[in-house]
Design a protein around this ligand. Structure first.
Ligand SMILES: *Cc1c(COP(=O)(O)O)cnc(C)c1O
Length: 363
């Protein structure tokens, strides 16, 4: 049995260090907004080459709080990719704004910059550029459009910790970025966690106030904020895992390379990475006409795969007001995609097994 993502094995590799960190926090008697969060924020800002990092409770809150801090809300529109995890859309909705879907490029699955301008109206306040599956969105044209129209670009970097665009790290490419440290992300906590990174000092300051009840000084509330803080415990655990992230990414890259070389010539579309980008391979997503059958045949032979995602946001019950939209590229992608196992703990042999089983069941 080849698991899709072996979280237990990933975290067991750091077991002693994680337990030491847990003990240190437990024994400190200080569990919310202290030195562990400060230290992780400094290391993660440094890792992303961004000037500021604010730890938050999860990736959805990171995106939502950025929108709030930019005063984006009721009556405003936020451009989002039509194919993304629903959290990208929910962040806009949560702030009171309307998500406006724009179709992706069929080859990279990231938002198509050439379609963005047609979606801009006088109400548009921001574009959320998702770095889907670990590959950065094509940021230069997106930033140029945003500059022309005086709107913000927010990176949804939940799947792309450490990915590069023209040699520059995600998290410092747009006006602000939201990261998730959900356990299954490339940098995963032992629970929920997230962060905002930015080079905009004022934005960082506003997010820091919003996460903590709208307060800078205890019991003095400047605005009606939220409780969306990153825990000391999760920060300490993330501080253990961050120094190992690049090694794990290297392993993901090697697995992706092995798949791409060995799967040429099969009746499947392999992932494509722009010349300007270096993916961190959060997911290795292939496309296939008989996706459901392929998934079933792989499952029968012990290979776990997943679909990211089976239903596009505009077809979800939660977004019934969008159900009549026609977004053919996104719909086609959702019908055909399949994510192969890509756990940094997979051995070369596991990868070869997946490859030979895929060749064997070729449909
Ligand atoms: C995981 C994810 C999020 C949300 O992060 P959470 O920490 O689960 O709230 C947002 N956007 C994308 C693209 C994601 O993959």
């Amino acid at each position: 049995m080849i698991p899709f993502l072996d979280l237990k094995a990933i975290n067991l590799a750091h077991r002693d260090e994680l337990i030491n960190a847990f003990t240190r926090v437990l024994d400190s008697g200080w569990y919310v907004l202290g030195n562990e969060v400060k230290q992780f924020e400094a290391s993660f800002a440094d890792y992303c080459n961004a000037n500021h990092c604010v730890g938050v409770s999860n990736g959805l809150d990171a995106l939502h709080l950025i929108l709030r801090a930019y005063d984006i809300g009721a009556g405003d529109e936020v451009i989002v990719p039509s194919n993304t995890y629903i959290a990208t859309w929910l962040a806009a909705t949560y702030a009171g704004a309307t998500p406006v879907p724009v179709e992706p490029c069929i080859d990279t699955y990231n938002i198509d910059p050439s379609l963005i301008e047609a979606a801009i109206t006088p109400r548009t306040k921001a574009i959320i550029a998702v770095h889907l599956y670990g590959q950065p969105a094509d940021m230069d044209p997106i930033m140029a459009i945003a500059e022309k129209h005086g709107i913000k670009v927010i990176e949804d970097a939940a799947q792309a910790h450490g990915a590069l665009y023209k040699g520059r790290k995600v998290g410092g490419l747009g006006h602000a970025a939201g990261f998730s440290f959900y356990p299954g992300k490339n940098l995963g906590a032992i629970g929920d966690a997230g962060a905002v990174t930015t080079n905009d000092a004022e934005l960082a300051d506003k997010v820091r106030v919003l996460v903590n009840y709208g307060s800078k000084v205890k019991y003095h509330n400047e605005v009606q904020g939220f409780n969306c803080r990153l825990d000391e415990l999760q920060a300490a655990l993330l501080t253990v895992k961050l120094p190992h992230l690049d090694d794990e990414t290297q392993r993901r890259k090697a697995i992706a390379k092995q798949y791409t070389e060995a799967l040429q010539g099969l009746e499947v579309v392999l992932p494509q990475v722009m010349a300007a980008a270096e993916s961190v391979w959060h997911l290795y997503v292939i496309r296939c006409k008989n996706r459901d059958k392929l998934q079933q045949m792989l499952a029968e032979r012990g290979v776990s795969t997943m679909i990211h995602y089976p239903i596009p946001p505009h077809q979800q019950k939660a977004y019934s007001e969008f159900n009549h939209y026609n977004l053919p590229i996104s719909e086609k992608i959702h019908q055909q995609i399949l994510s192969l196992p890509i756990s940094p703990t997979m051995t070369d042999e596991d990868v070869l097994d997946v490859i030979s089983i895929l060749r064997e069941v070729q449909i």
